[in-house]
Design a protein around this ligand. Structure first.
Ligand code: ADP
Ligand code: MG
Length: 497
């Protein structure tokens, strides 16, 4: 999909990364320091206006917000890469659905790690209890985000391909606050008179699709007065993202009520009706949408696990069920990459080929054969990432931390709670990162592409399987992990070439 001119340009850009040129030079419009200062002010102002916000906690005004970290300009991305990542979305959603409904497979994957990971064991017990009791609700909904990083293919440093980092099946965020980001970057380009074609910065509103997913689930519950419950954190920097989703829901049907509750509030206010209706403060809940509950620290006592169990048992439609939450674990991702496993769930060989082409090496650590990859990772930790069964960022180990920890657990049963993954050699480019308190220096950066979608199903059929837009986050090349709310990654927009 590249013209010769673009190929030459990409080669030139990547030839000398030792000197970090200002990104505006790439766009052919150098900025004076004064002009840069003005641009930053105006573009962050625009970002704030367009909902690229995070909440600042511990202030008198509980809804005080500031702009999230953003890039000054959009980052160049080959259109083929975006197209491929988008086309994989529904396949990944089908896969996760099939895994979550295949108890034998789930058991094979998790049995070895339940004794090594107390948190996963608790979730497993909830899943298994409700499975044995028989669920009160056949319908389930999930909002997913599949994350990818771009890598050069072996055909030389020109063609890029997307490599799967992970699938998020619980609390996959960012779809709201990214939904007007393209306008921010259209604005920054126009301020600098940088020309672009409409299709190079196309509209992208994941929140509209995600809201539709929740509304469709709400409709399937068939009770006009029932509400959608957003389970949120304390503190909750993601409130603006959630408000976008609420607003998307109201745009579709202004009669739907959304309520927000934390775990401690639910422990006090929630009960189950005689037909296992989920009742909060007198209101029947049609859909439980979790933006919380994915980390051990969200469950400080048994009461939180009991709460999750009661919600799981209820008639409310869960986004997601515990089964789907578990199916999003790294252990499942690793198992799916083993030889012949995709074939268990998907018949179409072309689709299998396409999915597999996005995988990098994923390795279990609990078999006799694991010693080989453990030795490789101890010798060259920079080529791997060590991952536990956790979400929300900050749990993976890289470099020396990886080596030290792997050395410690390599002989112990605890190793079965972790997987090793090849480290993706992400393509570098340049951009200016506008992050509070960190200046706006031009950096060598890498981008991560997340594709959103929703999936609605019963155990016997897929009712909806929709891809609905994307998000790009960009971080300094030396940063191991991203994280929008932690201020490490910057919200970005692909400039398609
Ligand atoms: P979490 O579920 O905690 O978000 P991820 O698997 O998404 O965990 O990893 C967090 C971050 O670590 C990613 O967003 C990415 O920046 C980095 N990362 C994860 N896996 C890889 C990998 N294989 N290669 C390079 N970077 C990775
Ligand atoms: Mg994740």
């Amino acid at each position: 999909m590249y013209s010769d001119v673009q190929k030459d340009d990409l080669k030139r850009r990547n030839a000398d990364m030792s000197r970090v040129k200002p990104v505006e030079e790439d766009y052919g419009k150098p900025l004076t320091p004064e002009r840069l200062d003005e641009m930053i002010q105006r573009v962050t102002g625009w970002a704030l206006l367009n909902g690229a916000q995070r909440k600042i906690t511990a202030t008198e005004f509980r809804e005080r917000v500031e702009p999230v970290a953003i890039t000054l300009f959009p980052s160049i991305l080959p259109v083929d890469v975006l197209r491929k990542a988008k086309s994989l979305q529904t396949s990944f959603q089908t896969l996760i659905y099939k895994v979550a409904n295949d108890h034998e497979f789930m058991k094979e994957c998790f049995s070895g790690l339940l004794s090594a990971d107390a948190f996963i064991k608790q979730l497993w017990d909830i899943y298994d209890t409700v499975r044995k009791e028989g669920p009160a609700q056949e319908v389930s909904v999930v909002i997913t985000r599949n994350d990818f990083m771009m890598e050069y293919t072996e055909e030389g440093d020109i063609k890029q391909d997307c490599k799967h980092v992970e699938i998020n099946t619980i609390a996959a965020g960012g779809g709201g606050r990214v939904s007007n980001m393209v306008d921010v970057h259209r604005y920054s380009l126009s301020l600098q008179d940088i020309p672009f074609e409409k299709e190079q910065l196309p509209d992208n509103k994941p929140v509209a699709g995600l809201a539709q997913g929740l509304v469709k689930a709400w409709q399937l519950y068939k009770c006009k007065c029932a509400v959608i419950l957003f389970v949120v954190g304390i503190p909750e920097p993601n409130t603006p993202d959630q408000r976008w989703l609420e607003s998307g829901i109201l745009c579709i049907d202004g009669s739907i009520k959304v309520i927000y509750r934390t775990f401690p509030q639910l422990i006090k206010q929630m009960s189950l009706g005689k037909n296992r209706e989920l009742i909060v403060d007198g209101a029947e809940v049609a859909v439980v949408y979790y933006r919380y509950g994915y980390e051990p620290k969200h469950y400080p006592t048994d009461a939180e696990f009991q709460l999750r169990l009661d919600m799981e048992r209820s008639r409310a439609i869960k986004c997601p069920t515990v089964a789907i939450h578990l199916a999003g674990c790294k252990k499942i991702q690793q198992a799916l990459a083993e030889s012949g496993v995709l074939e268990r769930f998907i018949q179409d060989t072309d689709r299998i080929k396409e999915i597999r082409s996005s995988f990098v090496g994923l390795y279990r650590l609990d078999t006799k054969d694991s010693s080989k990859v453990i030795t490789q990772a101890l010798q060259a930790p920079e080529k791997f990432v060590l991952k536990p069964q956790r979400e929300g960022g900050g749990s993976n180990l890289f470099g020396d931390d990886l080596r030290n920890y792997l050395e410690e657990i390599k002989e112990s049963p605890e190793r079965s709670a972790w997987i090793l993954m090849d480290r993706i050699q992400a393509t570098r480019h340049r951009n200016r990162l506008i992050r509070a308190g960190l200046g706006s220096e031009c950096r060598n950066v890498v981008s991560e592409l997340g594709i959103f979608g929703f999936h609605i199903s019963t155990p016997t059929s897929e009712l909806e399987n929709i891809e609905c837009g994307y998000l790009i986050r960009t971080k300094p090349e030396e940063a191991n992990e991203g994280g929008l709310c932690k201020g490490l990654s910057c919200l970005d927009t692909p400039f398609l070439v």
